[in-house]
Design a protein around this ligand. Structure first.
Ligand code: SF4
Length: 251
């Protein structure tokens, strides 16, 4: 294991480097392949994943999806984008107005601030965000996750939408991370970055989010019917101890 740490904050977390072992890379490649096959049959469909959804819709949807169930955002999506069809309409809304509109899905203050900041930044640049993560860090209320969403959906970069769901699947399948905060854990950062390079990065990101929501659930993962269970470390340890139910860190 070779690990070089240089951490200054969430947006500098990717500066921490971990060299994945060959075994870890092989496991991640297997994981990517299996969830891609699974998602092509059983993955979920949402409006922000449709062909006519542009970068604006996809980036804003990711802000709405943070710590919120995709089904909740799905039921809110049409009304929100009918009211705010582009960055300019969002930038023209007051923070008070946005907070009121966002209240039904929760985290309205944080989301309103984040969306307004993104919209103002986008309008000043004709809707095009810079490619550099360093410049994204200058946008108020935009952290690593949204920065990766911008890179993925606007610039076609292979970036992971690493949240607790993606983290849970990777950790259960291979091994738990070392650090509490996923933004700082160099192994998890490298593992997720490697994972989305095993195929179409958008497809893999959405596949693993669906897989975490439907199969490798936080509570009561459906291990016996999981296509990964033969090589899953979490499942193997549960079988060894006579149980296959529970969660990472939660038994
Ligand atoms: S076997 Fe269970 S813990 Fe392992 S990836 Fe599948 S659902 Fe998750």
């Amino acid at each position: 294991m070779r690990c070089r740490l240089k951490l200054g904050g969430p947006d500098q977390a990717v500066q921490a480097r971990y060299s994945l072992s060959q075994t870890e890379k092989s496991s991640l490649s297997r994981l990517a392949k299996a969830i891609t096959v699974w998602s092509r049959v059983l993955g979920r469909h949402f409006p922000w994943r449709e062909q006519d959804a542009g970068a604006y819709h996809k980036i804003v949807a990711e802000v709405l999806l943070q710590r919120t169930r995709a089904e909740t955002v799905g039921s809110f999506y049409d009304a929100f984008f009918a009211r705010y069809p582009d960055w300019r309409s969002l930038a023209n809304a007051s923070v008070d107005e946005l907070e009121g509109v966002l209240r039904p899905i929760g985290l309205w203050k944080r989301r309103a601030a984040s969306l307004r900041a993104l919209a103002e930044f986008a309008v000043e640049r004709d809707g095009v965000f810079p490619r550099s993560r360093r410049l994204h860090a200058q946008i108020p209320a935009v952290g690593q996750y949204v920065s990766n969403a911008i890179a993925l959906f606007q610039h076609g970069k292979r970036r992971p939408l690493l949240d607790v769901n993606m983290a849970r699947v990777i950790e259960r399948y291979i091994h738990p991370r070392k650090l509490v905060d996923i933004r700082y854990d160099p192994w998890l950062q490298e593992a997720s970055a490697w994972l989305v390079k095993r195929g179409d990065p958008v497809e893999i990101n959405w596949a693993i989010l669906d897989f975490g929501a439907l199969i490798c659930r936080a509570r009561s993962p459906l291990c016996p019917e999981c296509p990964l269970h033969r090589n899953c470390h979490y499942f193997a340890s549960k079988v060894k101890h006579g149980s296959h139910r529970g969660t990472v860190g939660g038994g």
